[in-house]
Design a protein around this ligand. Structure first.
Ligand code: CP
Length: 327
């Protein structure tokens, strides 16, 4: 069947910036130019998504596999929409729908998917490092869709893109990331991405959820730690609240959720300490009324839904940049 986008659809213009990645595992090995290239390609993709027929034939004949071995709403569905908007074929697989449930190893699963024609596999996995293992063993491209506590590069690119849409250049901006830093792969990738572009990142949270080793990992980058949220948000350009990952909490990390809310919930009163044009982000999913108040999450500064919307354009950009010129 002929795609509605058909041969007449306008193709995507090729970005001119060099792109050296076969896989997208984290942002620690991305140059500022490569991040900028993703962001500008996402602009082009946003324009595609606004067309009457939001689809281009660019990746026709390519196969993208979403292998999600942990639950996901945003990442999986936006990679699915992104691949389809580029006319790729898409397979969506979960732990229960694959032979992983019968004990098949990750590498065997990847080799099987490759034999079935996968060009790119987007992998979400509960163990940190799993996408690196897969990328070493297979020639299909691997995109890390979130591994354990380690990294979530596509979400960080969505967050940076969303901020850039509102503030322009992120250079010199103060970005406060608050909450459960210990368990947050989103925070870790955002630190690499924002600091690569010249922003200052302030990590804030209770000491049990913000071990000093986390900040030490970014030696040479503009990262600091502030335990008090009221101080951290002073003069902030961006405040990013993180989900309290209750499923990963070990006993004793928190005295109580009520105590956490008192010290670390982002609410309107705290946002008033930030710059007047400061933005509120949350990568989702949100524990409503815990890490962010209902008023703040629905307020004018909140970009939470916009982050979700931008997810498709940014992930289209990543698929396009990985697969262009191959085949
Ligand atoms: N931000 C994020 O990773 O959300 P999902 O778990 O819904 O994909």
């Amino acid at each position: 069947m002929t795609s509605r986008a058909g041969a007449g659809a306008q193709p995507v213009e090729r970005p001119t910036t060099a792109w050296g990645h076969r896989n997208i595992l984290d942002l620690d090995d991305f140059t500022p130019g490569e991040i900028t290239s993703v962001l500008s390609t996402a602009d082009t993709m946003r324009e595609v998504l606004r067309r009457p027929v939001p689809k281009v034939p660019t990746l026709r004949g390519r196969t993208v596999v979403n292998l999600f071995l942990e639950p996901s709403t945003r990442t999986q569905s936006s990679f699915d929409r992104a691949a389809k908007a580029l006319s790729a074929d898409v397979l969506n697989l979960s732990a229960s729908s694959t032979s992983v449930a019968k004990g098949e190893s990750l590498i065997d699963t990847f080799r099987t998917l490759e034999a079935l024609g996968a060009d790119v596999v987007v992998l979400r996995h509960p163990q940190s490092g799993a996408p690196y293992l897969a990328a070493r063993e297979v020639s299909a491209g691997v995109i890390n869709g979130g591994d354990g506590w380690h990294a979530h590069p596509s979400q960080a690119l969505v967050d940076i893109y969303t901020v850039q849409q509102h503030l322009g250049d992120v250079k010199g901006r103060r970005v406060v990331i608050v909450g459960d830093i210990l368990h947050s792969r989103v925070a870790r990738s955002n630190v690499w991405g924002f600091t690569a572009l010249g922003a200052t990142v302030v990590l804030c949270g209770p000491p049990t959820l913000l071990p000093i080793e986390v900040a030490r990992a970014y030696e040479g980058r503009d990262v600091c730690v502030e335990e008090e949220l009221d101080r951290a948000v002073e003069e902030a350009d961006v405040v990013m609240a993180l989900r309290l990952q209750r499923e990963r909490q070990e006993q004793g990390l928190l005295t109580s959720v009520r105590e956490y809310v008192r010290g670390y919930q982002v609410n309107d009163e705290r946002l008033r300490r930030a710059k007047p044009e400061a933005l509120l982000l949350h990568p989702g999913p949100v524990n409503q009324g815990i890490e962010v108040s209902a008023e703040a999450s629905r307020g004018q500064r909140s970009l939470i839904e916009e982050q979700v919307r931008n997810g498709v354009a940014v992930r289209m950009a990543l698929l396009y940049l990985l697969l262009r010129g191959e085949g």
